[in-house]
Write a protein that binds this ligand. Structure first.
Ligand code: PLP
Length: 327
């Protein structure tokens, strides 16, 4: 604390990102990065772009990237918004769609711990809805709060983090319908959806609901699926009215959040579907193997559709140490 800080700054509760160890002696599992390198076309594009027009400001609207993303998901470019990491896109969506100090924003307990941080920053109150006994998002509890006029909107990740559990589209629809009735927005943070087995054609993504639900905003990131956490690219997909709101917030904050290298490289990433589908298959196979091994060791493991696993030991740390050591 300092006498020079504003009251707002004193009251902030900032997010603490996962540690990046400086030496590479560890197998790093925090922050859920992708173990495989990005597409070779991405690296080529960055090299080429670095020799081009860094002297100039980038396209403030990332038009080429929006077009490439729109094509991938069968949308119109006006239904795409890009930002400097999905954290920025998520941050913009708070003031864009949720009312400050009115009714609470609903999200799960437990979930991505950045949501309460944004609530605090933008003076939005929140109501944490407990997961059900199987650690799933409890759709009934949301519908009840929404229909009782106790919400300003809803946000959750699908699959949820840190449980890794996927909510089926049929259950998302139940929540989306209630939210739509109240003219509110449902933000679905699909940071890990590409790792859901069988999602090659976005079978589990809420992108397919956008045409029927003008109140659904799907937020995705290139950090995990596209092995580009260091590039900082995120995007949102939704009805044009929602995208326009995000642009208004962006242009009230920073006209150029996405640099030229990021815009150029991200276009190549989104186009190289074969490469990333191959990596996703490997990640899903590794997840199965780790799941089975942990279960054999007596861990209870939640069914994960993400690139991480939520497991709790049933034995003491000491006995686990010996099991691992003897293996
Ligand atoms: C990693 C993660 C993000 C942040 O992604 P960036 O694009 O790197 O900012 C957002 N939501 C969830 C649930 C995540 O796990």
């Amino acid at each position: 604390m300092s006498i020079y800080w504003s009251k707002k700054t004193k009251d902030l509760l900032p997010y603490v990102p996962g540690e990046q160890p400086k030496d590479r002696k560890f197998i790093k599992l925090n922050t859920n990065e992708n173990p495989y390198p990005p597409s070779p076309f991405v690296i080529e594009a960055i090299k080429k772009a670095a020799l081009e027009n860094l002297r100039l400001y980038p396209d403030p609207d990332s038009l080429k990237l929006c077009q490439a993303i729109a094509e991938r998901y069968g949308l119109n470019e006006n239904q795409v918004f890009t930002g400097n990491g999905s954290d920025e896109v998520l941050a913009f969506s708070f003031p864009a769609f949720f009312e400050a100090k009115d009714k609470p924003l609903l999200f799960p307990d437990i979930t991505y711990s950045f949501y309460p941080v944004y609530c605090n920053l933008f003076d939005i109150s929140c109501n944490l809805i407990p997961l059900d006994k199987d650690y799933k998002i409890d759709r009934g509890a949301y519908v009840k709060e929404i229909l009782n006029d106790n919400s300003t909107g809803v946000i959750f990740p699908n699959p949820n983090a840190p449980t890794g559990i996927l909510l089926p589209l049929s259950e998302i629809i139940t929540i989306a319908e209630a939210v739509k009735k109240k003219n509110q927005v449902l933000v679905i943070d699909e940071a890990y959806i590409a790792f859901a087995e069988g999602d090659t054609n976005n079978a589990f993504s809420a992108v397919s609901l956008i045409k029927d639900f003008p109140n659904i905003l799907v937020v995705r990131t290139m950090s995990k699926e596209f092995s580009l956490a260091g590039l900082r690219v995120g995007y949102a997909l939704g009805n044009e009215e929602l995208i326009q709101a995000l642009k208004r917030v962006k242009d009230s904050f920073n006209s150029y959040p996405m640099d030229f290298l990021a815009q150029t490289a991200a276009v190549e990433a989104i186009k190289d579907r074969d490469y990333y589908n191959g990596n996703n298959k490997k990640i899903i196979a590794t997840r199965k193997k780790v799941n089975d091994e942990l279960s054999l060791m007596g861990f209870s493991v939640l069914p994960s559709d993400a690139n991480f696993i939520f497991a709790s030991p049933s034995k003491s740390g000491k006995s686990l140490h010996w099991i691992i050591f003897l293996n």
